[in-house]
Design a protein around this ligand. Structure first.
Ligand SMILES: Cc1cc2nc3c(=O)[nH]c(=O)nc-3n(C[C@H](O)[C@H](O)[C@H](O)COP(=O)(O)OP(=O)(O)OC[C@H]3O[C@@H](n4cnc5c(N)ncnc54)[C@H](O)[C@@H]3O)c2cc1C
Length: 454
């Protein structure tokens, strides 16, 4: 590669990097993607995800007769983040989203379908698209296959971007390293940092997001904050470093995601005292910390056969079945034995759930979404709260350009977890799908941008 001209260098081959590479190649650019981890096809956040990508006003919604728009989606983002989301980036991504998902389907062959069997918390319309097995690895494979078909794109792995020098008007050099000690310097015209966030760095999590410090980390192990470190050396603007996606239900000890679709279909979470501890439907991200505050930092997701059937479409759920993580109990007493909870307490909780679900009384936590009451036999899975990925990072504009004192740094872009996202602060601003939307959307905008000032 030394000496050759690279139009666009992309660091990271997750959703953000793939979208950037594909979009840049369509502009006629020669693109090199360097990826740090040889096994990234399984270990990146994109591969671990459930493939949900939201778009307000997509053609899939039109076909299903769903009235939605970028404006409505933007309003939902602002409502969920209490107006704390970056308005420029949120506006750019919600406007782009319908075209982005159409482009992914038409140009990259991603077989999206609209998820209509339940709504994730905070979305006022059915607007999440996903692949049939709800597996990020499937979504990722389609993007990788398309990249492999493009002669303009070269993917090199394992190779890590480790440093970037910029003279204020252009990129001067980029250092690339291989695990065997190989090193080279290149001078691309543009660089897209698509290296995700800092979830795998305990020290940075402790510094910026102490509330989730020490929790299970259930994300890519190369999310080591490389973009943040590079940006800080360039005095780039950084923001929202306390923002993250948590999750209130990762099976313990299996380490497999228990989809929140269980909850949205009517499941509840109880602790080892047999008690619920909140309105589960507010959101899975903000439920990580309440779960961690329960005795031993665990809870049990309790559901029934109807919910079991509804969740089988998820690959993660199939993995739970294969791992024998689900315990079935004929009734409350047996369930109490499984959980190790006092039977009377658990029985009281389930009676109250039934009354709220059929509308006989108000739920003491204010929950109103139930679908149907739970019916025995009861399924249960022991879960813990986890950190999935961080949502803060380099501040970017509506073209994914990295900012310094509010102005773009020429030639430098960030996308996905490397950039500050649209989730506001903390855990509760995260809306399902906004991780992949920030990755794919900012990646696409970065790849498509031609590098001039407008
Ligand atoms: C279990 C789980 C489920 C999720 N489900 C969803 C969902 O359904 N919808 C949604 O929107 N979001 C979901 N998310 C979040 C989503 O996965 C992330 O927001 C998104 O994948 C981030 O994409 P990315 O390209 O920025 O990062 P990644 O996919 O992690 O890609 C970054 C890549 O960069 C590489 N890298 C790191 N440093 C360097 C370097 N210096 N040089 C070169 N390469 C480097 C890494 O090895 C990695 O392959 C989920 C997350 C988890 C953990």
């Amino acid at each position: 590669m030394s000496g050759s001209t690279i139009d666009v260098l992309v660091a990271g081959a997750g959703a953000a990097g793939m979208a950037a590479a594909l979009a840049a190649s369509e502009q006629g650019s020669e693109v090199v993607v360097v990826e740090a981890k040889e096994t990234f096809r399984l270990g990146s956040n994109t591969a671990m995800s459930t493939s949900m990508v939201p778009a307000g006003g997509s053609r899939w919604q039109r076909q299903a007769g769903i009235d939605d728009s970028p404006e409505r989606f933007y309003s939902d983002i602002m409502a969920k983040t209490k107006a704390a989301a970056d308005p420029v980036v949120a506006r750019a991504l919600t406007r782009l989203a319908p075209d982005l998902v159409a482009w992914m389907a038409d140009s990259a062959g991603v077989p999206f379908e609209l998820v209509t069997d339940f709504q994730y918390p905070g979305h006022s319309r059915d607007r999440c698209l996903a692949v049939a097995d709800r597996a990020g690895s499937t979504l990722h494979r389609h993007l990788l296959d398309e990249v492999a078909r493009r002669p303009e794109v070269t993917l090199i792995t394992p190779m890590r971007l480790t440093a970037l020098e910029h003279d204020g008007s252009q990129i001067v050099s980029v250092r690339l390293e291989t695990p065997d000690g190989g090193r080279e310097e290149v001078t691309p015209h543009r660089v897209v940092l698509a290296t995700n966030g800092f979830g795998a760095r305990q020290d940075l999590v402790a510094r910026y997001i102490p509330e989730i410090e020490g929790a299970l980390y259930h994300g890519g192990d190369e999310s080591t904050g490389d973009a943040l470190a590079i940006g800080e050396l360039l005095n780039a603007d950084v923001g929202y470093l306390d923002a993250y996606q948590g999750h209130g239900s990762v099976a313990s000890p299996h380490g497999i995601l228990v989809t929140w679709a269980t909850v949205m279909h009517g499941a509840v979470l109880v602790n080892t005292s047999g008690e619920r501890f909140g309105d589960e439907t507010t959101g899975y991200s903000e439920y990580a910390v309440p779960v961690l505050k329960q005795p031993d930092g665990v809870a049990w997701v309790v559901f029934d056969r109807r919910i079991d059937r509804a969740c089988r479409v998820f690959k993660d759920y199939q993995d739970l079945l294969a791992a024998d993580a689900i315990r079935w109990s004929k009734g409350t007493e047996e369930l109490a034995g499984v959980i190790g909870a006092p039977a009377a307490s658990l029985a009281g909780t389930l009676i109250a759930v039934e009354e709220a679900a059929v509308g006989d009384s108000d739920d003491s936590f204010g929950r109103t979404l139930w679908e149907e009451p739970l019916r025995p036999p009861y399924g249960s899975i022991k879960v813990t709260g986890a950190l999935f990925h961080t949502q803060g990072g380099l501040r970017v504009d509506g073209n994914a350009r990295v900012l310094r004192d509010g102005d773009p740094i020429p030639g430098l872009y960030a996308a996905g977890g490397a950039a500050a996202g649209i989730s506001g602060h903390g855990a509760d601003g995260y809306l399902a799908g906004n991780g992949l939307l920030s990755a794919l959307g900012l990646g696409y905008l970065a790849g498509r941008h031609h590098g001039t000032d407008d």
